[in-house]
Design a protein around this ligand. Sequence first.
Ligand SMILES: N[C@@H](CCC(=O)N[C@@H](CS)C(=O)NCC(=O)O)C(=O)O
Length: 133
Amino acid sequence: MADAKSKADGLIHDNAVMIFSKTWCSHCAHSKKILTAKQKEYEAKGTPFSLDVYELDQASDGDDIQDFLKEKTSKRTVPRIFVAEKELGGRDNLDEVVATKGPKGFDEYWLKNAVHYTATGTTLPGFLSESEA
Ligand SMILES: N[C@@H](CCC(=O)N[C@@H](CS)C(=O)NCC(=O)O)C(=O)O
């Protein structure tokens, strides 16, 4: 578990958007499609953010990492999505965030912090301390 924790926390730390996924999972495919499309859009406009996907079903430590994510987030389902080290949640949470407009929304809150995190390694004031987004 210690290895799984350091691996998962390292991935969450090193990538502004980190998606723990399984290759056969339709909720994961949906989430990856949305987030990678946004990554391309932001890259094209000169405000890139880093993104990585860890396919748990393809990894020898996938079960251990899934157990650790359950410990960390209280949820064992995939996808588990993190933005700038903050848990966004699963597919339903992502869909809700995408549908939210304004300062708590996808672009103005989550992706703005992803861009800032990629550029500076930090988040904007209030992001990590807020209990809900
Ligand atoms: N409503 C959930 C659906 C997630 C879900 O049911 N994921 C399935 C795979 S498609 C899962 O994690 N099953 C348990 C497992 O694979 O260990 C969400 O919003 O993310």
